[in-house]
Design a protein around this ligand. Structure first.
Ligand SMILES: [Zn+2]
Length: 318
């Protein structure tokens, strides 16, 4: 009984820390719609329903109108959870399906930008925590889209439960299982028609955290878009980043990759982590494309490195 209470408390804590990003500034651009209530999803860990459910999911489900980021790249997610659609005549790519409960509003956003959800050919995730990957299976099932992921994430998606070396193991909710995930390696590219999407390992937040990058073109002007994964070193109690073999080196390789990859626009799984709504509002105010920023990825990497260094120092008692 007591352990159940403790677990419920942990879950409430988790739904506030799972990605830990600010949301207040984005409230300015909320479309005025209320989150769906109640959230009709049963949250489980290891297959067992979790008392208390997902405290943050109602807020994460607040709708947002789709936004053209550049060319064929669209933001079709909710206000606080990114879903990215990249369109092409040969089919579309969807990155981060978000929560199961918000699938209908994301489908509506996809249709609103003139795309047919049945033309989604490839579904990707930044990382497999439920706030980004719970709907991966649903989007893949729409019309048999391929799902691809780095090895660690592929295993987690196929099993539907978090591997024990996830920093938030025991706290992170299960996802619906995804059948048949194509395993890719860091540096590999995936193609849908003329679209080419590159996977880069940027581990830390999860061991399988992935940054996806591609070129988005508009009237002959092409921009390197980088959808960089969360870089917050958050964990369940007792997890030590410094105790994971090779992790610190892999984390640093990811940060260096983010600093050096071609980057004309940074987008993140939680829009607040890269001030997306402030930048959109700024662009509307001055009539310029304020989303373009060649220094965005490098600055994001530098902030991430500082956060990890602070975490390592704390773990070492310094
Ligand atoms: Zn996460």
């Amino acid at each position: 009984m007591q352990s159940r209470r403790v677990k419920a408390k942990l879950v409430m804590l988790l739904s506030s820390v799972i990605c830990l990003h600010t949301t207040s500034a984005s409230a300015q651009v909320t479309q005025g719609a209320k989150p769906p209530s109640p959230v009709p999803t049963t949250y489980t860990i290891g297959g067992k329903p979790v008392a208390g459910g997902c405290e943050s999911c109602a807020e994460w489900s607040i709708p947002h109108a789709p936004v053209k980021l550049h060319g064929n790249t669209w933001y079709v997610g909710t206000r606080d959870l990114s879903t990215i659609l990249i369109t092409s005549p040969a089919g579309h790519v969807l990155i981060d399906g978000g929560l199961s409960v918000t699938v209908p509003q994301i489908l509506a956003n996809i249709r609103a930008v003139g795309a047919d959800p049945r033309d989604i050919k490839l579904v990707l995730t930044s990382h497999v925590h439920y706030d980004h990957a719970q709907a991966t299976a649903a989007f893949a099932a729409l019309n048999g889209a391929r799902v691809a992921a780095l090895p660690w994430s592929a295993r987690a998606l196929e099993s539907g439960v978090m591997p024990s070396d996830d920093p938030q193991f025991g706290l992170a909710f299960d996802n619906p299982k995804v059948s048949r995930v194509q395993v890719v390696q860091s540096g590999d590219t995936l193609r849908v028609g003329s679209l080419i999407i590159r996977a880069t390992a940027t581990p830390g937040h999860t061991p399988g955290s992935t940054t996806w990058s591609w070129q988005s073109c508009d009237g002959g002007k092409c921009v390197d878009v980088v959808y960089a994964d969360s870089q917050t070193p958050i964990s369940a109690d007792g997890f030590l980043f410094t105790a994971q073999r090779g992790l610190a080196e892999a984390v640093e390789r990811g940060h260096r990759a983010l600093e050096t990859m071609p980057c004309g626009m940074l987008v993140t799984p939680h829009p607040g982590a890269s001030r997306l709504w402030e930048r959109v509002a700024q662009g509307r105010a001055v009539g310029a494309d304020s989303l373009l920023d060649k220094t965005g990825c490098a600055r994001y990497a530098q902030r991430a490195r500082a956060a990890y260094q602070a975490r390592y120092a704390k773990e070492r008692g310094r």
